[in-house]
Design a protein around this ligand. Structure first.
Ligand code: F6P
Length: 332
């Protein structure tokens, strides 16, 4: 069978954002993030041949073991952020302190340069996640306090998922757009012009091995899903868990579903495992823009006023019907 040639007529990411009315400086921030993802995608593809697999023997600010690709992806994202005049500063999962970039920049960029990096050594999907905040206040060097804004205040959000295809998905509030990397020209081209999350689903994503540690409302929710057509939900559910939040979120944006990484009793004083500012907020922003919902078990993730750049949060996001069921169970 002759493969279909790539659609060379589909607009590139830059061209599409221009026609979609994205302001020029915000466009350049998305472009910087997308260019970083093209580089990361190439490094991932070389794998063992590029000597990029395995661990570097250090830990990040979260106390997690750093993979060579975590460090490399972080360097790529910081370099791209520093080269963009619209970015005043950036913050990364891999670095304790925020990094000053262009002095007159109007935006701040936060990122998880390589989400789900334990998947890299086994050739499973991983991704990069970006949150874009307005730079408020003076024009001096950025401080961590400048980054402490609600998810609701984001000017835009994006992620790349590196799987069988490399895709870049973004929103600046009006619609959610998906672009596929053309391997021949290394350009992202628009392939998904209007991503919308179906209201109803039969698919949930959660790490079931933690079941005994969850709070009662989450245990009740999953127990009801598992009862299937004979239970209170009246339908059979399927389960998927990719161990990379960005890849699970991508599936939900394409076909619906619900993703949960809730608070659990293993570390009761910790609100959750995932990071608010560069994981839950940007993916939550994209979920809401695509018609889905986001909840932390108590209230709105996007309304949380952060107190630290690396703070954690409990996350439930996806198809609205499931988020409504989860809200009701937590209320009762
Ligand atoms: O960022 C942390 C992360 O890798 C997410 O991408 C993923 O959903 C989760 O952790 C997997 O956690 P666990 O190994 O506990 O299933």
């Amino acid at each position: 069978m002759v493969p279909t040639p790539p659609d060379a007529t589909a607009p590139t990411l830059g061209r599409h954002l221009e026609t979609a009315g994205c302001p020029e400086d915000l466009r350049s921030v998305f472009k910087a993030a997308a260019d970083a993802c093209v580089e990361i995608s190439a490094a991932l593809r070389r794998g063992a041949l590029g000597g990029v697999l395995g661990e570097v023997g250090t830990q990040n600010v979260q106390g997690e073991v750093q993979k060579t690709l975590d460090v490399l992806s972080d360097e790529i994202c910081v370099t791209r952020a520093k080269a963009c005049p619209a970015i005043a500063g950036c913050a990364s999962e891999e670095q304790e302190d925020v990094v000053a970039c262009a002095s007159g920049g109007r935006f701040l960029l936060l990122f998880d340069p390589l989400d789900g990096s334990s998947n890299t050594d086994v050739t499973a999907s991983v991704g990069s996640i970006f949150s874009i905040l307005p730079r408020r206040g003076g024009a001096g060097p950025v401080t961590a306090a400048d980054f402490l804004q609600r998810g609701r205040d984001q000017a835009g959000a994006a992620y790349a998922v590196y799987g069988p295809q490399t895709m870049f998905v973004l929103s600046f509030g009006a619609g959610v757009f998906g672009y596929t990397l053309d391997p021949e020209t290394q350009a992202f081209r628009l392939t998904h012009p209007d991503l919308k999350i179906p209201r109803a689903t039969r698919e949930f994503a959660i790490n079931m091995s933690n079941e005994r540690h969850w709070a009662p409302p989450v245990q009740a929710y999953i127990a009801d899903c598992l009862k299937g057509a004979e239970g209170p939900r009246g339908k059979d559910f399927n389960m998927r868990w990719l161990a990379a939040m960005v890849a699970d979120a991508h599936r939900i944006l394409l076909r619906g579903g619900v993703f949960l990484y809730p608070w659990d009793r293993r570390e009761p004083s910790r609100p959750g495992k995932l990071r608010l500012m560069y994981e839950a907020n940007p993916l939550g922003f994209l979920m809401e823009a695509a018609g889905g919902g986001v909840f932390d078990g108590e209230g709105e993730v996007l309304e949380i006023s952060p107190t630290a750049v690396h703070q954690r949060v409990s996350v439930m996001m996806g198809s609205l019907e499931e988020i409504e069921v989860l809200r009701a169970l937590h209320r009762s």
